[in-house]
Design a protein around this ligand. Structure first.
Ligand code: ADP
Ligand code: MG
Length: 701
């Protein structure tokens, strides 16, 4: 172990309860738990979210909405307004301009203090009010009108807070914790060799700096997160995440899985009967998977492939390998529509090979449900396809050998772990293959998916045409309808996708219904179909079959068709109000066209005016069809949390690191992880615990 100024083991801050700090009794301690603060070390690693510059007073005439500033002036008017909500309005000015302070909660004492003629200094966020610029509930202090006050002497840290634990408390606690830090007792889990090789600031210095930046610290540098103190901590945090996922991976490798030995006859027969040749990339990824399946340890492999790169065929080859070896396969998709689509493709492909497939989704009821469950339980079903319902308690597999999850980014690490447990009974864990159509930049994948090996299908089937993408304003809706008419009269098919912000599925479906009715009226010569999430599975199936067979020209849909739907003759897609969707989702939607050999187009029928961000998103989509490039831009525009999906964010909350900003650190992080494992393997667990908490260590298989 590499201790840092350690004197007495009792002083170790990771075992010193937070209750040693002044002001922390049982009640506060209970509240601090909500912030994951239990020890003095936890207080030190509860890092500021941002900083406020209270080091200088700003003239009111120069403040703008959105800024956090200190202003000082004289009260000109104080009055109580009885509007929708009773509020106390206080008008202040400093000769350069004026501002209104607005209080919804105030007591008698405050009211008497805030009198015309009194001097006041306040700090808060400036907002555009109904008449003037305002500050709502600023922090304030009454002062002599012309007082010259010492401003704060460092940037003020703003901490993540919780009910009953406010900024002032957190500032007082960190102040005390910093005294403990100065006295030693915080272990640096990075060996000195690592710290010096990566030229890092010392840990105590970095912590002190971010909690109490000195007066000369630049707010801009701090806001950008590139200060060496911040970078040192971000590095350590990323390292802790990386190590915890790597460790997860290692644990999995220490469990056993069935060796899926197979003479490849079935897979070769299947490939031979396909109407196309596999791309080189598909072949390579299939080989990687088959190699994994031959190991006595569970595969944990992520296949990334852009929309339309042909992941389903790859999944089928993996499934056939398991089936030929005498094991069952579970294939799970995030939506029923996508699962149905897989069920159809697999039924078509595998029927000639005499393989029996069961369907199981949440909505399956009655005898269909019972017979699916019994076929899965007694092993007559060799492949089970469905939604996450497949992984509920009542589903028991006879011999589960392989789990395939499509559209992985919607499932988090812990869900992946739960799936592995399905094969737990006989001590053999199933192999796991996850497929995602949202390409994740390599560096990001390295951190977020470090528990998985990755394969990339980096080649599209030959003959694919790029989808021509245009953005057209709703004002030109008529023109767009005319182009739908033209394409469909020429024998092609089109999608019309309705997006809505309403949360309610009912409202979404209603809106899609209205659009479908309108389109049918305007384009009477076309057969218009409507598909949405509230249709019965059988009806959806019928509609999709009709669309695939070409008996529907124009399919009006909600975003349920986002993933997986495959109709090569559809060459035109209209997306209404694309400004409401994220870039990745738009890319997914657009991927429904451009699947055949004909030229395809996508019309982004937007509602003006567009926000700057929406304009950037639509521009990115027009400019490129490359999923990786789109993922990169998406990351820039929305940040990693959004890109990886909300479920993932829940698990990937960082104190200080930012996957996008700190991308440059990631390759060093990977190296450092290897070195730490060599130099001081015993330091890995405490480092993970420090940054991710106890649960990160418990959640391991
Ligand atoms: P995704 O990767 O988006 O899941 P799919 O598996 O749905 O893509 O494949 C898209 C379409 O491409 C399907 O119609 C599929 O049959 C076809 N396809 C897959 N591989 C090839 C290939 N090597 N050559 C030609 N078409 C292919
Ligand atoms: Mg797919």
């Amino acid at each position: 172990m590499f201790l840092n100024n350690t004197s007495n083991p009792e002083d170790k801050l990771d075992s010193l309860p937070v209750t040693v700090l002044k002001g922390v009794g049982p009640r506060v301690a209970e509240r601090l738990k909500r912030l994951n603060i239990q020890t003095v070390q936890d207080v030190l690693f509860h890092l500021p979210l941002r900083y406020e510059d209270r080091t200088r007073v700003v003239p009111m005439g120069s403040v703008r909405a959105g800024e956090h500033v200190v202003v000082q002036g004289e009260i000109e008017l104080a009055e109580i307004k009885f509007g929708r909500r009773r509020s106390l309005l206080v008008r202040i000015s400093d000769g350069t301009g004026s501002l209104t302070l607005r209080f919804f909660h105030f007591n008698k004492q405050q009211q008497t203090g805030l009198q015309r003629g009194h001097g006041i200094r306040c700090f808060g966020e400036v907002r555009a009010g109904p008449v003037t610029l305002e500050m709502v509930h600023p922090e304030y202090q009454l002062v002599e009108p012309d007082a010259v006050l010492a401003a704060a002497d460092h940037l003020t840290p703003i901490y993540p807070a919780t009910e009953g634990v406010h900024q002032l408390t957190l500032r007082a606690l960190t102040e005390q914790a910093l005294h403990y830090l100065d006295r030693g007792g915080l272990v640096d889990w990075l060996p000195p060799a690592l710290v010096s090789d990566f030229k890092m600031t010392s840990l105590p210095a970095a912590l002190r700096y971010v909690h109490r930046p000195p007066p000369d610290a630049s707010l801009e540098l701090f806001a950008s997160g590139h200060h060496p103190a911040q970078q040192r901590l971000a590095f350590e945090e990323l390292l802790a995440h990386h190590l915890s996922l790597k460790r997860l991976r290692e644990r999995v490798l220490h469990t056993s899985a069935p060796v899926l030995q197979d003479d490849a006859l079935l897979v070769n027969r299947f490939i031979g009967q396909l109407p196309f040749a596999l791309t080189g990339a598909q072949q390579r990824v299939i080989d990687e998977i088959i190699h994994d399946l031959l190991q006595p340890h569970p595969m944990a492999r992520l296949v990334q492939g852009d929309v339309g790169s042909g992941k389903t065929v790859v999944a089928a080859c993996a499934a056939l390998t398991a089936v030929a070896a005498g094991y069952q396969v579970a294939l799970m998709a995030p939506t029923e529509l996508l699962a149905e689509q897989h069920f159809r493709s697999f039924s078509e492909w595998l029927a000639p090979l005499d393989i029996s497939i069961a369907w199981h989704a949440g909505k399956t009821r009655g005898t269909a449900r019972a017979s699916a469950l019994s076929a899965i339980a007694d092993g007559t079903a060799q492949v089970a396809i469905g939604t996450h319902a497949l992984f509920q308690q009542e589903v028991e597999f006879a011999r589960l050998g392989l789990v395939i999850i499509d559209e992985q980014h919607r499932f988090g690490v812990h869900q992946r772990l739960a799936l592995r447990d399905k094969g737990r009974d006989d001590a053999l864990r199933p192999h796991q293959l996850v497929m995602t159509a949202t390409p994740i930049p390599r560096t990001l994948a390295m951190t977020v998916y470090a528990d998985l090996d990755t394969s990339i299908i980096d080649e599209l089937p030959p003959g694919r045409q790029p989808v021509k993408t245009v953005a057209i304003s709703q004002a030109r809706r008529e023109d767009v309808m005319a182009s739908v008419r033209k394409a469909c009269s020429a024998g092609q098919q089109a999608y019309w996708v309705c997006t809505l912000i309403e949360e309610s599925e009912v409202l979404q479906c209603q809106a899609a219904e209205n659009t479908a009715t309108l389109l049918a009226e305007t384009l009477p010569e076309l057969t218009v179909g409507l598909i949405h999430g509230r249709l019965k599975p059988a009806d959806k199936e019928r509609l999709m079959a009709a669309f695939k067979a070409g008996s529907i020209d124009l399919l009006v849909a909600t975003t349920v068709i986002e993933v997986g739907v495959d109709v090569p003759n559809a060459t035109l897609m209209i997306i209404e109000n694309p400004e409401r969707l994220g870039l990745a989702q738009l890319h997914q939607l657009r991927g429904r066209v451009g699947r055949g050999r004909a030229h395809s187009s996508c019309v982004l029928l937007y509602q003006s005016p567009l926000s700057a961000n929406a304009r950037d998103r639509l521009a990115a989509l027009r400019e490129t069809g490359d999923g990786f490039e789109i993922a990169r831009r998406d990351l820039e525009l929305r940040g990693p949390g959004e890109v990886l999906g909300t479920r993932q964010t829940g698990e990937m909350q960082f104190h200080i690191a930012d996957l996008l900003r700190d991308e440059a650190l990631l390759s060093d992080v990977e190296q450092a992880a290897g070195r730490l494992n060599q130099l001081a393997p015993g330091n890995v667990s405490p480092l993970i615990r420090r940054w991710l908490g106890e649960t990160a260590l418990l959640g391991e298989v």
